[in-house]
Design a binder for this molecule. Sequence first.
Ligand SMILES: [Zn+2]
Length: 268
Amino acid sequence: MASRLVKLAGMALGAGAVGALLYAERAHPLRKQMRKAAPRIARNVTMGAACQAAIMAAEVPLTERIATRNAVRKRGLSGLFGGGVPGGVAAFLAMDYGFYLWHVATHKVPFLWRFHRVHHVDPDMDASTAIRFHFIDMFVSLPWRLVQVRASGIGPRGLAAWRKFFLFSVLFHHSNWRLPWGLDEALSKHITTPRMHGIHHSQKPCEMDSNWSSGIAWWDHLHRTFRDDVPADAISIGVDDPLAERDIHLLPALKAPFVAPPALRELP
Ligand SMILES: [Zn+2]
């Protein structure tokens, strides 16, 4: 009974946080939106629902099985730290760093870019952009996700906590919320902020090739891929290629990875 109450309170807290974020990005917008919001958000939510179904069908059962074995056998990076809190923290950081590496790969490997491009094609950015992915991408990224969970040694509780952190983080940094400058600057030393991730969604390759972090921002600082020198209103969001306008829409976006020429965006 008590655990059910805790679970319900957690869900209410999560829903409240997401609601507050959706309110904040409308009350304090960071970028001027260029397109009609309703059809764009409807497309993104539809794509997000397909992704969630794919994640529930494949990623969740497989990663939970590995995480349960991690906890029993005390293996992976967490095991090297002796498990417990130090092991849990190490595993959490390793999961997040694994996402940084994967994100770089999705831009640099042409096959992976075909799928990740569907996310970047969105011509405006708000919290709904965070869930705009091709559902096949959830299967394409699955082997790497299994490696992340196995190598980090994260346990079931750590995995559940990391999932919540990651979901809220992607909604937050894709949002169109203008934080006070000082706060954004201070936060971007540690976590990915909306201003920071907006630069990554620029059409200009030199700006897109920065700010790859999806949660903790330390990896961008470590790899010197952090940028905060582009004002939000100087950024054209989206992808600069001849088929971008077509692939904004739902069906073309779903077909795009399979029909697009390999170098849609000429890699730098
Ligand atoms: Zn990206």
